[in-house]
Design a protein around this ligand. Structure first.
Ligand SMILES: [Zn+2]
Ligand SMILES: [Zn+2]
Length: 188
């Protein structure tokens, strides 16, 4: 069975070099749907608690929310960083608190202090699915991701992986020591 969670991400981006309106800076409400699949945990009677899917995902993905997403070769990048620097907000601001941990993967690097994500490829809906899967694939048993932004939607399915061991009391994934980060259960 599957547990399915959906949430919004507000971001600005552009398709650098694309022949069309999207080469100009603009913004979206993107809607991400994450589907995880596994056996239903007995007694807990869930595949995965949906609020935990959101919490685990949001921890990293909030770096895309109210953020600017630019490709690494976009000439806007140094210009915007220059303005942020001049304003004194490049290295953070007291009220910029909705930040996840900085990350760097093959596809994207997050700079939470200035709410910027630099991507290797243009951040289309397809590109975002690659970025999200790479960030979350070891944390959740993802079988499908769907990302909708404006009139565009992309989705990708994945083979179910069953190696993520979950807590018999609350259903969330146990850490590498067999400890449940939510309820404190410890596997013997
Ligand atoms: Zn767009
Ligand atoms: Zn637990």
């Amino acid at each position: 069975m599957r547990s399915i969670t959906t949430f919004d991400l507000q971001y600005a981006h552009r398709f650098y070099g694309f022949q069309g309106e999207a080469q100009y800076l603009h913004g979206h409400t993107g809607v991400l749907t994450i589907e995880v699949e596994d056996d239903v945990t007995p007694r807990v009677n869930m595949v995965y608690p949906c609020n935990e899917i959101k919490k685990i995902s949001w921890n990293l993905l909030q770096n895309f929310d109210h953020a600017l997403v630019l490709r690494e070769d976009d000439p806007l990048l140094p210009v915007i960083l220059g303005v942020y620097e001049m304003q004194g907000i490049k290295n953070g601001h007291a009220l910029n608190t909705m930040k996840g941990p900085a990350f760097k993967t093959e596809w994207a690097t997050a700079y939470p202090d200035c709410r910027l994500v630099v991507t290797k490829e243009t951040m289309t809906v397809e590109g975002m699915i690659k970025i999200v899967h790479d960030l979350l694939k070891d944390k959740l048993p993802i079988v499908k991701l769907t990302f909708k932004s404006g009139a565009n939607t992309a989705s990708q399915t994945y083979q179910p992986c069953r190696h993520i061991e979950r807590c018999p009391l609350c259903g969330v994934a146990l850490d590498e020591n067999g400890h449940c980060p939510k309820c404190g259960y410890q596997k013997k």
